[in-house]
Design a protein around this ligand. Sequence first.
Ligand code: DX5
Ligand code: ZN
Length: 218
Amino acid sequence: MNIKLSPSILASDYGALRDSVRLVEEAGADYLHIDVMDGRFVPNITIGPPVVRALRGSSKLIFDCHLMIEEPDSMIDAFAKAGADIITVHAEAARHLQRTLSHIRSLGKKAGVALCPATDISALRYVLDDIDMALVMTVNPGFGGQSFIPAMRQKVADLKEMIADRPIDIQVDGGITLDNLGEITSAGANVIVAGSAVYKADDPHEAVRLFKAGGRHE
Ligand code: DX5
Ligand code: ZN
């Protein structure tokens, strides 16, 4: 299977962001996962469009922006302009989800929807034609370094079945390591977010290589 790796800069040194991005780009990452938190949807605040714009100037990676924010409609244009390539909103935060997704696509960007662990995949059933990626949160959003929630493996498998042959990527985010990567990808995930497992590894470059090779047990 063609696995795409999207390292999350949430786990990197924010004081040296440009170097952190360059590191994973040179190591062979496919995307850059940018966690945007507003202190309302999740109890944490991270970065906004100015930082995305600053990084855009020095990276060719696909910018995968995960908006953990309330009322995402108000920020979509700003992230699109700043250089996002994929814009993912939470189903729990977008009141008129289909409209939001159409808007993202109208800006020429890929549209994603994220589901918190307790949210049923049925939230996606009637917007399958409007999305390029479905993000299964494998931890509760808000922080890096949490443990993978085992029930999410079945959720990924159920989602894979629902998606059938549509061209929709399944992304997983939270607690993914080289040790559980195999079970997640065999359930159907093909875009892997990894924060701590890349940036806190002894050798992040090697960690990227191992993720791309399918993990430790394959
Ligand atoms: C959590 C974020 C994740 C986080 C993943 O709210 O959405 O992207 O950075 O970090 P790890 O891989 O450390 O769980
Ligand atoms: Zn994320």
